[in-house]
Ligand binder design. Structure first.
Ligand code: BGC
Length: 448
């Protein structure tokens, strides 16, 4: 097993600030939009554009991020994303009209899309295999912390209607990310890919001990027979299985309904008939807190238990809780008991997501692709993920009109059963292996 130096934790934490911004900027709008609506007198159509512009931007950002990560490197792509995060935050905070606001949201989306793939990619490439799961999943932990802190900040700033501050505060982590990254090393694997093995060796020696650094370089170089590959090589025979895994998990992470809960939890809580004075705040906060805590649990066990058991246990829990949620709505006209069943199943759902598809989708797409095409392949999975996120966000309320609340949640529950079967048959265990060992697996075509 490779020994590593504590600096690796520092590197992962700085890079994971990209995740914090991803979470904050997607979460913050839910509180800010109430005031923006009033100030700009938005129609409900305008509102949905302001909210979903980020998702459109993120889909495009994931495409650009993939190309940049391969061409100018992972580190530089994260630095550029940090700058774009700061510009987007300032634009939205200072916007005097709808057009500026929407442009700012699209720009923020570009940064979110690029960072959402480049941060896990960068962390996975600097991590020793024995703690790679933990370090890459720090990014997802920061996403959940970002969402939770946006709820808390929204709450306090809403007392005085300070929506511009809600949006503008994101400049702070953006600056820390950009400046912090300047001091971090390039990804050694990207350097080897660019023929800069000597620099990679030096960096690996700072992260590992010298003998192990040497062994890693030989391994990376050995796997990298061809220097640069384009989009066409993505579709080689040996890539079929990893592509199916990445794209499949990308779609399944979204179509099992996570963001209907993240974006609409106050609405869902209200539907249960529980009459708390501050139902909406309670809803968002409790969902946010469970999401953070269970992601911590995932991080603690992911390199010991492995990815597959967590995925299988978590997705089973998601399907079960969605079925219960649907049933609770089917029985309807509630009473407190049914209301609480709903609340508990919602919490159970979030907890199950947080130990499975939440962190493990982003981790797996950073692990399973061969180095020559890693940036582009991750980019493809990420584009699909943001595209699916957009589709779910746009269709959720329509689905409820069409199938009713019960039908909609049952629908997500059945899709989750599909996700479980997908993982069971197609997703391999990657725990403890080097990225190069995982890579060789596709060429040999072995099962494990
Ligand atoms: C997903 C997001 C989601 C978040 C919630 C991420 O892994 O990609 O769509 O909002 O988890 O924690």
């Amino acid at each position: 097993m490779l020994k590593f130096r504590p600096i690796i934790y520092f590197i992962a934490i700085i890079a994971a600030l990209g995740g914090l911004l991803f979470g904050y900027d997607t979460g913050v709008i839910s509180g800010a939009i109430l005031f923006i609506n009033k100030e700009f007198q938005l129609t409900s159509f305008d509102t949905s554009i302001v909210v979903s512009a980020v998702l459109v931007g993120a889909t495009i950002g994931a495409l650009i991020g993939g190309i940049l990560a391969d061409v100018i490197g992972r580190k530089n792509t994260i630095i550029i994303s940090a700058m774009v995060f700061a510009i987007g935050a300032l634009l939205t905070a200072l916007a005097l009209d709808m057009a500026t606001l929407i442009s700012g949201r699209i720009i923020l989306g570009l940064a979110i899309g690029a960072a959402s793939m480049t941060v896990p990619l960068y962390i996975s490439e600097v991590s020793p295999p024995s703690i790679r799961g933990k370090l890459v999943s720090l990014n997802q932990l920061f996403v959940t912390v970002g969402i939770l802190s946006s709820y808390i900040i929204d709450y306090f700033l809403s007392l005085d209607g300070l929506w511009r501050w809600m949006l503008g505060l994101a400049v702070v982590p953006a600056v820390i990310l950009g400046v912090g990254m300047l001091f971090l090393p390039q990804s050694p694997r990207w350097l080897v890919k660019r023929g800069r093995a000597q620099e990679a060796r030096q960096i690996l020696r700072r992260l590992l001990n010298p003998a192990e650094a040497e062994a890693e370089i030989i391994d990376i170089e050995g796997n990298l027979r061809i220097q640069e590959k384009g989009w066409r090589e993505l579709f080689e025979r040996s890539m079929v299985h990893p592509l199916i895994i990445g794209i499949g998990l990308a779609i399944l992470q979204q179509v099992t309904g996570i963001n209907t809960i993240i974006y609409y939890s106050p609405t869902i809580f209200e539907m249960t008939g529980i009459n708390l004075a501050s139902t909406a705040i309670f809803a968002s906060l409790s969902v946010g807190i469970v999401n953070v805590l269970m992601t911590v649990v995932a991080i603690m066990v992911i390199d010991k238990l492995g990815r597959r058991p967590l995925l299988l246990i978590g997705i089973a829990g998601m399907s079960l809780s969605l079925a219960v949620l649907g049933t609770a709505f089917a029985i309807e006209e509630s009473g407190a008991l049914l209301g609480w069943i709903t609340v508990i199943s919602l919490m159970f759902y979030i907890a199950s997501f947080a130990i499975s598809l939440g962190p493990i989708f982003w981790l797996m797409i950073a692990e399973i692709y061969p180095l020559p095409v890693r940036g582009r392949a991750m980019s493809m999975a990420t584009i699909v993920n943001w595209g699916a996120n957009l589709i779910v966000a746009l269709t959720f309320l329509g689905l409820i009109d069409l199938f009713g609340k019960a039908g909609t949640f049952w629908c997500y529950s059945i899709i989750s059963i599909g996700a479980w079967i997908f993982v069971f048959f197609l997703v391999p265990e990657t725990k403890g292996r080097t990225l190069e060992q995982i890579e060789r697996r596709w060429k040999i075509g072995t099962k494990s």
